[in-house]
Design a protein around this ligand. Structure first.
Ligand SMILES: [Zn+2]
Length: 281
């Protein structure tokens, strides 16, 4: 099975168009889009327009090609749009929202999770402690959670987060695949300790709980995103964790990074295309 994988497109329409062109030319068996799908601009409360307009048309194209497409929203996509996103996916038989869900296709299980380990930034819609002994990073302000009426401010974010399930809890609650060797885990958050989680300041912020889950369960493949600059910082966009191959292609604003995987032979390639318009061609 050939998989085409992208992550962190953040509403860049030229990247969605490029993804569609590549899929049409290369005919992968499945496409995976690992979150942060919507524009990050100044008004996140208008992200719904992108779902009903651009994303709906994008999904319709893949559905017309009969190409399975597994996806979910990410930490910069407000949780108030989860229902709209799910309804939009459900319009098309080929489109599958795999946030905290398993979907199976041709004997392969695709299992998604879009919670992330807490960070200093204020938007906390999908943030969790990694495990019960997690130490919070210094915060850039009070926490913010989206509601249909605007932001709710959380003054004691660590106190609030301590009452939520941890990433380790969320991983334990996921559906199990029929066979780990025929499973693909899709986590927006990268694992720790593999060089797939290095921020621009050099700090490694990956999830220890995800690392330990993958080490213990040994799926065939795990796909990640979230830390856009990590491949440039660490020099690594893939790593082996026992028999599991872990991939984090990164994503820069003026480039389109994507990965192709042939699950049978485990051939994994990363491509980075430039936006010819933005570099003046
Ligand atoms: Zn992102």
């Amino acid at each position: 099975m050939k998989i085409l994988f992208v992550t962190d497109l953040h509403g860049a329409e030229w990247k969605y168009d490029r993804l569609c062109d590549i899929a049409r030319a290369d005919r992968p068996d499945a496409v995976i889009n690992s979150g942060d799908m919507l524009p990050k601009g100044d008004n996140l409360f208008r992200q719904n327009a992108f779902i009903t307009d651009v994303l709906d048309r994008h999904f319709a194209r893949f559905d017309a090609m009969g190409m399975p497409y597994f996806c979910y929203l990410g930490n910069d996509d407000l949780r108030i749009w989860d229902n709209l996103f799910d309804e939009t996916c459900r319009k098309y038989p080929c489109i599958h929202n795999i946030a905290q869900r398993k979907a199976s296709f041709e004997g392969v299980s695709f299992i998604g999770m879009n919670w992330v380990v807490d960070y200093p930034f204020r938007l906390k819609d999908r943030c969790r402690m990694d495990s019960p002994d997690y130490t919070f990073q210094p915060q850039l302000g009070t926490g913010l959670l989206s509601t249909p009426d605007g932001w709710t401010e959380v003054h004691d974010w660590p106190g609030y987060a301590r009452k939520l399930p941890t990433i380790a809890d969320e991983l334990a609650a996921l559906d199990r695949p029929e066979c780990m060797d025929q499973s693909v885990y899709v986590f927006h958050m990268p694992p720790s300790d593999l060089g797939l989680d290095v921020c621009v300041n050099g700090q490694s912020v990956g999830s220890r709980a995800i690392h330990d889950f993958l080490a213990a369960n040994q799926p065939r493949l795990s796909l990640h995103g979230h830390i856009h600059e990590s491949p440039e910082m660490s020099g690594a966009w893939q790593a082996a964790l026992g028999d599991t191959r872990c991939v984090q292609p990164g994503q820069q604003d003026d480039e389109f990074a994507y990965v192709t995987v042939d699950l049978a032979g485990m051939t994994i390639d990363r491509q980075v295309d430039f936006d010819l318009i933005s570099i003046g061609w």
